[in-house]
Design a protein around this ligand. Structure first.
Ligand code: AMP
Ligand code: ZN
Length: 466
C-alpha cells in the first residue's frame, strides 16, 4: 500500500487519489534567472521518482511543473542587460531542460510559464477581492490574512504574533498593507520602464505565489492530489498558495503535500546566494556521469538530508558503474535452458523489497538496497554457472522495471553489428601497422568484452561471436 508523509496533516497516510487510477500532481519549478544548481535538481529528481513510481504502480499521471519567468531578480537582471524578459530568460530555460533531460528526468505533461498566464492570475485576484479576501492599495492587491482563519495550517506556524515573512520571498518593494502579514498578489507598475501587463487590475505584474495557484488549478482543477516542492517553500509560498486558492474557490486545494529536504554542503543548504553550489555542468566538465549524479541525488529518501561531497560522488560513480557492469554481464551470459528456483526466489524477494521501500513514502535507500542485494546474488550465481536462460530473461525484465523508476542503468547493450565489428578490426590493423600495439590490444579487449573473439590467421583477421 502506497503511503506518503503528508506535510498538511503531519501523518504518514495511505495514498488515495481523487479519481480511481489517476493522479494529478504539481511541483513548483525553476525560476529561470540563472543556471539551476544540483540542489534544485535534487528536488526535480525526487519529483521524477515520485511520478515514475506512480506510473510503475499503474496510475495515469498528469503532472504540471511551472516555470517562473518573471520575478524581481529577473526584472533587475534583464534591466541591467537592456534586454526583454523573454530574451533574458530564454537561455536559462533552455539550459534547465537540457540538464533536466540529461539527468534522466521525465518531462511533465504540462510546463506552463507564468508570463503566459497573467489572465488566469487576474481572475483569481478578482475572485478574491469579490469575496473580501483581497484588497487594493495604491494600485497593488494584497491577500487579507484575517479573512482566512486557517492560515498557517500547512506550516503549523502560530500567527498570533507578528510575522513579516509572509509577504514575498524577495519583498524589496514598499507597499501599503492593512496588516504586516498580508502578502502581495499583484504589484502595480511604479516606473515606466518596469515590465507590466495591462489588466482590469491596472498595469502591473503578478506576485510570485499567485502564479502557482493560477497554473496548478488551470490544468489540474480546483482540487487535486499532490503538490510538491523543497522544504523552503512550505512557508510562505505554499501557505500562501493554499490561502489564495481556497480563498477564491471555497474548496480544498490539495490533498497531499510532499516536501523534499535540501541538498547540503558542509551542513548548509546549497544555494546561489551562499555561493556554495555546483551546477550539473560543473560536474559534467569534471568527468562525472549524469547517472552517478542522479544516483547521488536520490541515494537517501527525499525527506532526509544529503550532504554533497565530491568524494561521495566518486563513490557513487563506482557504484553505478558496478550496477551497469552487472547488467551487461547478465545480458552477455551464455546460459542453458530452464530455470533455477533459487534465482526465481531472489527475483521475487527483490521486487517485494523494492516496492515495500518505495511504498513507504518513497524510501529510495531501501529500493536501492533491494537492487544491490539482487546484483550480489546473481553475480554469485553467474560465477557458479547457476543461472538458466529463463532466469536470465526474467531478471533482465525485472531490472528494466526497476530502472523505469530509478533510471540509472543506461541503455541496454545491444549486439554489435557486423559493420561496427569490422570497423574496429580495421582500426586495430591500422594501429598495428603504426606499431601502436597498446591501441591494438585495447581494441581486442573492447571486442572481447562485447563477446567478439579475434583470430589472427595468414589470410587476415577472422572474428566470431562467443
Ligand atoms: P527556485 O528556482 O529557487 O524557485 O527553486 C526551484 C526548486 O528547487 C524549489 O522546489 C526549491 O525548493 C528547490 N531547492 C532550492 N534549493 C535547494 C537545495 N539546496 N536542495 C534541494 N532543493 C532546493
Ligand atoms: Zn509554487
Amino acid at each position: 500500500m502506497l503511503k506518503f508523509q503528508n506535510t498538511l496533516t503531519g501523518q504518514l497516510e495511505e495514498f488515495r487519489p481523487m479519481r480511481e487510477g489517476e493522479v494529478r500532481m504539481y511541483n513548483c519549478g525553476p525560476t529561470v534567472w540563472d543556471f539551476a544548481h544540483i540542489g534544485n535538481f535534487r528536488t526535480s529528481i525526487f519529483v521524477d521518482i515520485l511520478r515514475r513510481y506512480l506510473i510503475f504502480k499503474g496510475y495515469k499521471v498528469t503532472h504540471v511543473t511551472n516555470i517562473t519567468d518573471v520575478d524581481d531578480r529577473i526584472i533587475q537582471m534583464a534591466g541591467q542587460e537592456g534586454v526583454s524578459l523573454d530574451e533574458y530568460t530564454a537561455p536559462y530555460l533552455e539550459a534547465f531542460w537540457q540538464d533536466f533531460d540529461a539527468l534522466g528526468c521525465q518531462r511533465p505533461e504540462i510546463a506552463p510559464r507564468a508570463t503566459q498566464h497573467i489572465a488566469e492570475m487576474e481572475q483569481i485576484v478578482k475572485a478574491l477581492t469579490e469575496r473580501g479576501c483581497a484588497y487594493e492599495s495604491e494600485g497593488s492587491y494584497y491577500f487579507r490574512i484575517t479573512s482566512f482563519p486557517e492560515y498557517g495550517k500547512l506550516s503549523k506556524i502560530n500567527f498570533a504574533g507578528n510575522i513579516a515573512g509572509a509577504s514575498e520571498r524577495v519583498d524589496t518593494d514598499k507597499y501599503d498593507k492593512e496588516d504586516a502579514r498580508d502578502f502581495v498578489l499583484w504589484k502595480a507598475q511604479k516606473f515606466a520602464d518596469e515590465p507590466a501587463w495591462p489588466t482590469a487590475l491596472g498595469h502591473g505584474r503578478p506576485g510570485w505565489h499567485i502564479e502557482c495557484s493560477a497554473m496548478s488549478m488551470k490544468y489540474l482543477g480546483e482540487t487535486f492530489d499532490i503538490h510538491c516542492g523543497g522544504v523552503d517553500l512550505i512557508f510562505p509560498h505554499h501557505e500562501n498558495e493554499i490561502a489564495q486558492s481556497e480563498g477564491a474557490t471555497g474548496k480544498p486545494f490539495v490533498n497531499y503535500w510532499l516536501h523534499g529536504e535540501h541538498l547540503k554542503i558542509n551542513g548548509e543548504s546549497m544555494s546561489k546566494s551562499k555561493g556554495n553550489y555546483y551546477t550539473f555542468r560543473d560536474l559534467k566538465r569534471q568527468g562525472f556521469t549524469p547517472a552517478a549524479i542522479r544516483y547521488a541525488l536520490f541515494s537517501a529518501p527525499y525527506r532526509k538530508q544529503i550532504n554533497f561531497t565530491i568524494d561521495g560522488l566518486r563513490g557513487h560513480e563506482k557504484t553505478v558503474a558496478g550496477l551497469q557492469d552487472f547488467r551487461a554481464r547478465l545480458e552477455e551470459a551464455r546460459t542453458e535452458p530452464g530455470s533455477n528456483p533459487s534465482m526465481r526466489a531472489a527475483a521475487a524477494r527483490a521486487l517485494e523489497e523494492f516496492t515495500n521501500g518505495l511504498d513507504d513514502d518513497l524510501n529510495t535507500s531501501v529500493a536501492l538496497a533491494a537492487v544491490h542485494n539482487l546484483s550480489r546474488e546473481v553475480n554469485t550465481a553467474l560465477d557458479n554457472h547457476g543461472l538458466r536462460a529463463d532466469d536470465q530473461r526474467d531478471l533482465l525484465a525485472l531490472i528494466a522495471r526497476f530502472d523505469s523508476v530509478l533510471n540509472i542503468f543506461g541503455q541496454p547493450r545491444r549486439e554489435m553489428l557486423d559493420a561496427e565489428i569490422q570497423a574496429l578490426i580495421d582500426e586495430r590493423q591500422d594501429a598495428r601497422h603504426r606499431r601502436d600495439f597498446a591501441r591494438g590490444d585495447e581494441i581486442r579487449g573492447e571486442l572481447a568484452a562485447r563477446g567478439i573473439i579475434l583470430e589472427d590467421t595468414r589470410d587476415g583477421v577472422r572474428w566470431k561471436r562467443r
